[in-house]
Ligand binder design. Structure first.
Ligand code: CTP
Length: 398
């Protein structure tokens, strides 16, 4: 839903009072929402409420006397138009090309898919003219969101209630995700550094910012995956609705969170820069300075990629990262075999613009069959998109 442009066109029906909830759900999921409404709709919900939740002025007149509201521009802007609630009157006008208000003008100008969520009393819903108008809209290629059954504003109980905001949201979510290659698949991504505690105020860490891992998580979600992002300490946040973030600190916590989610995942991309060692003992109190210097005994941390490689089944695609400074291809190839990964994304610190903290990256992807794909210097977002494209191909081959 992130970045999708949605117009909600509201007509005069009591169900209009539910539309601010729909707008909120869409905005929360990252969509850009514009609202058009008929004057009759204003009796049921205020433009102020809708402009507040959508973050944009509501349009209901072709002009406010000073500014002309360009319905054609609005119709072209949208990725989808939803007429909700669609009263019997609005339905009839839509079916007959009548253009006497802003909702009709936007509808007639829209080149995008149109969804209609009817709302009316049962007798109106069952009337042959309503059925005929619905057939006409279906004939135009518009899609009808089924009405519900329950209490109606008239006091009667029956068919004709507008679908609930969550149901309309789900229809739109499916609309945008239906054809995405990773729809219905789960993915795991690790990102950022780990911190291994020395004492209450010090740790062993590294310069990783998490940018590459976050970009991969978002690129996977963009392709429809339901992503669990396990991240070490970082300033980054993602608002992508397809990404659930789990914050961890140490290599041990990264392993625990990852191994809990991995069994359900089709894809796992381990981009975290995990500390290989941790202090054998963590001091409970701050270690005081001594003239004689300090030796900290270290022990190995658990290697999440290697552990997941051991339990991986045939339908899962496991991808690791390798940050190398010398013998890059050889070392990365060796990691791929040792950890039973399906592919390794190699970063060479010798390449300018690659590595920690930068907004760009230059990587080479190695797979099990010894094939290499060298990508040019790209933004981390673009690199993530290419890596995900590659992973989708690998996953499809299984
Ligand atoms: N990795 C991991 N858990 C660890 C260490 C590494 O999951 N404890 C993963 C990283 O997320 C990465 C891959 O293993 O996907 C390779 O990490 P890297 O640090 O390059 O390799 P190491 O095995 O630690 O080898 P070295 O540090 O000797 O290069």
């Amino acid at each position: 839903m992130k970045g999708k442009k949605v117009i909600i066109a509201i007509s005069g029906s009591i169900a209009a009072y539910k539309i601010p909830l729909l707008v909120r759900l869409l905005v929360k999921a990252g969509a850009a929402v514009r609202v058009a409404m008929t004057n009759a709709a204003k009796d049921f919900v205020t433009p102020l409420t809708l402009s507040t939740v959508s973050g944009h002025p509501v349009i209901s007149d072709v002009s406010d006397g000073v500014v002309w509201n360009n319905h054609v521009e609005m119709g072209l802007w949208a990725d989808v138009l939803v007429v909700a609630p669609c009263s019997a009157n609005t339905l009839a006008k839509m079916a007959n090309g009548i253009c006497d208000n802003m909702v009709q003008a936007v509808y007639l100008s829209a080149r995008c898919p149109v969804y209609v969520a009817p709302a009316m009393d049962e007798d109106m819903w069952r009337h042959p003219s309503t059925k005929r108008n619905l057939e006409t809209l279906l004939g135009f290629g518009n899609k009808i969101i089924p009405v519900g059954n329950g209490s109606l504003a008239s006091g009667l109980v029956g068919e004709g209630r507008m679908a609930e905001p969550q149901e309309i949201f789900d229809v739109l979510d499916t609309h945008f995700n239906a054809n995405k290659p990773l729809k219905g698949k789960k993915a795991l991504v690790t990102a950022g550094p780990t911190y291994e505690k020395i004492d209450p105020v010090r740790f062993i860490g590294n310069y990783s910012t998490g940018k590459m891992g976050f970009a991969i998580a978002e690129a996977l979600a963009e392709q429809g995956a339901d992503v669990t992002l396990v991240t070490g300490p970082t300033q980054l946040k993602t608002s992508h609705s397809g990404v659930t973030t789990i914050h961890i600190e140490s290599a041990q916590q990264l392993f625990e969170a990852s191994s809990q989610h991995f069994p359900d995942c089709s894809i796992a991309v381990l981009a975290a820069a995990v500390a290989d060692y941790r202090p054998k003992q963590t001091a409970n109190e701050k270690i005081k300075k001594k003239d004689a210097g300090l030796t900290i005994e270290l022990e190995s941390t658990i290697d999440t990629l290697k552990e997941l490689g051991k339990i991986k089944h045939g339908k899962q695609t496991l991808v690791g990262f390798a940050l190398e400074t010398n013998n890059e291809i050889e070392n990365a190839g060796d990691k791929l075999k040792r950890k039973n990964a399906d592919a390794i994304v190699l970063n060479s610190l010798k390449d300018e613009g690659a590595g920690f903290g930068t907004d760009t990256n230059k990587v080479t992807i190695l797979n099990k069959s010894g094939m290499k794909l060298e990508l040019p210097l790209l933004s981390k977002k673009e690199t993530a998109g290419k890596i995900v494209e590659y992973i989708i191909q690998l996953n499809n081959e299984r």
